[in-house]
Write a protein that binds this ligand. Structure first.
Ligand SMILES: Nc1ncnc2c1ncn2[C@@H]1O[C@H](COP(=O)(O)OP(=O)(O)OP(=O)(O)O)[C@@H](O)[C@H]1O
Ligand SMILES: [Mg+2]
Length: 504
């Protein structure tokens, strides 16, 4: 087993690493740390929650000292990430006397400039950093420049800013880049701003983290809130993030869940910086158990013990799905991801599933009245209160012509029980979903081929599992008979028993 001792870090750094409880380096750390220590440029790709931050922070801290001024600049896409990456540096650097400054928009220039003047490491978002540089407010000569979440910065339209930032640092010694995917623009950027970079990719079978169990539930649009509440009630998360598509939806759902007795907070890009930070801090400290957020919280955020990620709405892109669910199951822990989809969104779900090569299992929303005792009580009062009709005599006579009364009564009770469960339930049953899937069946196949090719090109990632999944993709074909329904597996999720079926 490789341990952190093998890297021969200076004693104060080694002490901080063991104080942090790190013993074994993760695969991305094992591969990148020696390359960075050797002085080479590198590009790293690895799964969510596998320790990319320490993969660059530790060798950087090994190689810089406070007396040389700003030794490293780390550029990240969001303000929350800036704070988090700075905290990770702080964890390892407090005994090294290396200070960290964060730089992002929405706060005072003056204080940031003062902090930079005293810092060894600067963690910045591109806009404000470029602003300070181009106005000549700071004059720093870092050895290291790191781009974290490079593909997200591209998505957010920061590419030009980043290119311009690099023109101020011609004298840097090493450039490091971390990115979840490798679209052409990022590859091109790597080849223009990095010098002879080493490319590291930690392969796993699928794009998503295997420690995360993934489920989806099919509901009608008007059932979303109830379904979400039921899922939260029954899975009893230690800590959860609920992802929505829009800021408005985030604020509304957070209010709804609060009204139902859950301590929740909303997080979205329109909030004041101070509020955003306060919310994240409270969430980390367990003052809220549930954070309702837009994709602003999908990338990179590392909050301990997030046991569940709920997708209130399916994300627009397959990539966002990977990052959203990657907020749980971090540092080898287990996690559960649940997603609500409407029948209309099943196509999108299929596409996401194929693109990311991950396994989402269909599940039914746990029913409130599902214990036998509950059902008996309800049935009993229904039967008791039911007036008999004239026609029922005739029907009963016809029914008992070929069977004895006991059998007929038994069948009628079963029928009632079934109707009772179906009408009190939220969401679609497995039979209903199977029919819906049959409907979309084959025509999705050809669309999938197109979209998976696109993703593959962007991601330039190919794993054997991927290929297999694609070939198996059409498992559910039109006209699949009842006999071909996959065998249900019983899963225990939280305190509820859920019948899960692998449908794709
Ligand atoms: N070798 C290690 N041993 C134990 N814990 C670790 C180790 N490396 C990192 N961690 C912890 O794992 C968590 C995830 O790390 P980090 O945020 O760097 O992941 P990431 O790969 O950047 O994820 P993302 O793709 O979501 O940005 C952090 O809490 C970090 O402190
Ligand atoms: Mg990260």
């Amino acid at each position: 087993m490789t341990t952190f001792k093998d890297f021969n870090f200076k004693s104060r750094l080694a002490y901080a690493i063991s104080r942090a409880g790190f013993v074994e380096p993760s695969p991305i750390q094992q591969q990148s740390i020696p390359i960075i220590l050797e002085g080479k440029d590198m590009v790293g790709q690895a799964h969510t929650g596998t320790g990319k931050t320490a993969a660059f922070a530790l060798p950087i801290l090994q190689k810089i000292t406070q007396k040389d001024g700003v030794g490293a600049v780390v550029i990240v896409p969001t303000r929350e990430l800036a704070t988090q990456v700075a905290d990770e540096f702080y964890k390892f650097s407090r005994n090294l006397n290396i200070r960290t400054a964060t730089v992002y928009g929405g706060t005072s220039y003056k204080r940031q400039i003062e902090h930079i003047a005293n810092a060894g490491v600067v963690v910045a978002t591109p806009g404000r950093f470029l602003d300070l540089l181009s106005r000549g407010k700071i004059d720093i000569h870092p050895k290291f420049i790191v781009l974290d979440e490079a593909d997200e910065m591209l998505n957010m339209g920061f590419l030009e800013d980043i290119r311009r930032i690099f023109t101020y640092f011609e004298d840097r010694e090493q450039t490091l880049m971390f990115s979840a995917t490798m679209p052409d623009e990022i590859k091109e950027l790597a080849h223009t701003i990095l010098r002879d970079p080493q490319f590291i990719r930690v392969e796993k079978e699928a794009v998503t983290n295997n420690n995360i169990k993934q489920y989806y539930y099919v509901v009608d649009e008007h059932e979303r809130d109830d379904a979400m509440l039921r899922l939260i009630d029954t899975s009893n998360p230690k800590k959860a993030i609920v992802f929505c598509r829009t800021k408005r939806e985030t604020a509304r759902l957070s209010e709804y869940l609060s009204g139902q007795g859950y301590k929740t907070a909303a997080l979205h890009g329109d909030m004041e910086q101070w509020d955003r930070q306060k919310t994240m801090k409270s969430f980390r400290r367990n003052e809220y158990r549930i954070l309702v957020a837009t994709d602003v919280a999908a990338r990179g955020l590392d909050v301990r013990d997030v046991s569940h990620v709920f997708n209130y709405h399916i994300p627009f892109e397959a990539e966002s799905y990977v990052h959203r669910i990657g907020r749980t199951g971090r540092a080898k822990r287990d996690g559960i991801a649940m997603m609500l989809v409407t029948p209309h969104e099943l196509r999108e779900l299929k596409r996401i599933q194929k693109d990311v090569g991950s396994e989402l299992q269909f599940s039914t929303i746990p029913q409130k009245n599902s214990t036998l005792e509950d059902r008996m009580k309800t049935l009993f009062s229904m039967v008791k209160g039911q007036r008999t009709k004239k026609t029922s005599d005739v029907i009963l006579e016809a029914l008992t012509k070929n069977s004895d009364t006991n059998t007929v009564a038994n069948k009628l009770v079963s029928l009632l029980e079934k109707t009772l469960i179906e009408t009190s339930g939220i969401g679609k049953t497995d039979e209903e979903v199977l029919l819906l899937l049959n409907d979309i069946g084959n025509d999705v196949e050809s669309e999938n081929k197109k979209s998976s090719r696109k993703y593959k090109e962007r991601n330039s990632k190919k794993s054997s599992r991927h290929g297999k999944q694609r070939r198996d993709g059409g498992k559910i074909k039109r006209g699949t008979g009842r006999g071909e329904i996959p065998i249900p597996t019983i899963e225990k999720v939280g305190n509820s028993r859920i019948v899960a079926r692998k449908l794709f």
